[in-house]
Write a protein that binds this ligand. Structure first.
Ligand code: HEM
Length: 408
């Protein structure tokens, strides 16, 4: 049995010599026992599950593994998160049968069919942003000027909330996701977001529109299937889950391609949509954006490896480590847009809680890959790689900024 002092403090720091790779101590755990206890912010000692096969099995085991943070033993991200986002009763935190009922209410807007219908609009947004960057000169911050804008614009349109308020949304997401945020700051951010959404509910009651928030109000809330608070929590969860994640994917994704010029050149030269689709799956596998893992609590004994996990024990499902499992992805630390099984990535989770926004996010990324490197073919980093600032201390991995330049 590990002593308290042997335990990994989770999340441990990465080696910034290889900022795309998981912390070496976690890779060691994956290659040795595969599962072990770790210590988190509140001194509790949840299990960390690292192997692809185990991660899939635990994600799928919804009758014995709960996603409900109100259950004792649930290993929450940090105190601020526990008091705010973690207290939401939206689909991420619901078990069945409530979960599936809520998920069905939003899936129509996020289906492949619905997303393909807005692909031209996404293309237009990406083209417009590139026009703006080119018009301003030969330098840009690819996070603020590009990667952060696309998902925010898309999500505001999808929900029917004003894009003019994007800075408020973005700073609220930032505060809520950072481990540096105090509980009081997280609570103030949550209160501000709910007050804002209250005004939006009133506005949409008075004047319905065709977008998702209005439909939730007029179809589900009006018929008593959702409360006003449910609507606000669903909308907030979509803003939280659908913006910073894809911003990170675009920013880190472009940085990865700038570090792999041969693969960037192939992407520029190809018209093969299948290669672009695979490149995005491979980026999702490689980038490990949800790097603090998905959280669950055991409700009936479950065997994982040699361990029997008991009711009330917390579990951190390290889906991003599973994506570096050599048993499934040979030479897993290598980025390869031709990897034959890249689509087996667990970046979007698995099982009942699998990401409903994955098709949308993948299309946003595909449009970026098909457009940006072609239109700005001399795109390059404007600072040494060592000077790029990674967001290490949030629940999502990402970049603070990505200074780039190109030939004038
Ligand atoms: C790169 C982009 C994204 C990544 C890496 C990502 C990752 C994930 C993961 C790993 C889960 C599973 C959570 C769990 O099992 O605990 C999840 C769930 C979720 N995601 Fe995403 N996501 C992304 C983009 C999006 C987008 C664009 C949206 C919305 C438009 C979205 C909305 C959601 C929601 C609502 C859930 C909860 C689903 C449920 O519990 O059934 N995500 N996401």
């Amino acid at each position: 049995m590990d002593t308290q002092d042997d335990l990994i403090n989770f999340p441990p720091p990465r080696s910034m010599k290889c900022p795309f790779d998981p912390a070496p101590v976690l890779t060691d755990l994956q290659r040795s026992a595969g599962i072990g206890r770790v210590k988190i912010w509140n001194e509790s000692q949840p299990w960390l599950i690292t192997r692809h096969e185990d991660v899939k099995a635990v994600f799928a085991d919804e009758s014995r593994v709960s996603a409900d943070p109100s259950k004792p033993g649930y290993p929450e991200q940090n105190a601020g998160y526990k008091a705010t986002v973690g207290a939401d009763r939206s689909l991420r935190t619901l078990d069945n049968p409530e979960h599936d009922i809520q998920k069905r209410m939003i899936m129509g807007s996020l289906s492949a069919h619905a997303v393909e219908a807005i692909r031209p609009k996404i293309q237009q947004t990406v083209d417009g942003l590139i026009d703006d960057m080119l018009a301003k000169g030969n330098k840009a911050d690819l996070v603020a000027d590009f990667a952060a804008v696309i998902p925010m614009q898309v999500l505001c349109d999808l929900l029917g909330i004003p894009y003019a308020d994007r800075e408020f949304f973005a700073s609220n997401v930032e505060t809520s996701f950072s481990h540096a945020t105090t509980q009081a700051e997280a609570e103030a951010a949550a209160a501000a977001f709910f007050e804002y959404l209250d005004r939006q509910v009133d506005a949409k009651l008075a004047q319905p529109d065709d977008a998702l928030m209005s439909r939730l109000i007029h179809n589900q809330m009006a018929s008593g299937k959702l409360t006003r608070q449910d609507v606000k929590e669903i909308v907030r969860s979509l803003v939280f889950a659908g913006t910073e994640t894809t911003t990170s994917a675009i920013g880190l994704g472009m940085l990865t391609l700038l570090r792999h010029p041969d693969q960037m050149a192939e992407i520029v030269a190809t018209d093969d949509r299948k290669l672009l689709t695979n490149a995005v799956f491979e980026l999702m596998r490689y980038l490990g954006i949800t790097h603090t893992g998905r959280r669950r609590v055991i409700t009936a004994p479950v065997q994982v490896g040699d361990q029997i996990l008991q009711p009330g024990e917390g579990v951190i499902i390290a889906n991003t480590l599973a994506d570096r499992d050599e048993q499934i992805f040979p030479d897993a630390d290598r980025f390869d847009i031709h990897r034959p099984n890249a689509k087996n990535t667990l970046a979007f989770g698995y099982g009942v809680h699998q990401c409903p926004g994955q098709y949308l996010s993948r299309v946003e990324q595909q449009v970026v890959l098909a457009t940006l490197p072609r239109r700005i073919s001399s795109l390059r980093l404007a600072v040494p790689f060592d000077a790029v600032r990674f967001k290490e201390t949030g629940t999502m991995y990402g970049l603070h900024e990505l200074p780039v330049e190109w030939d004038a």
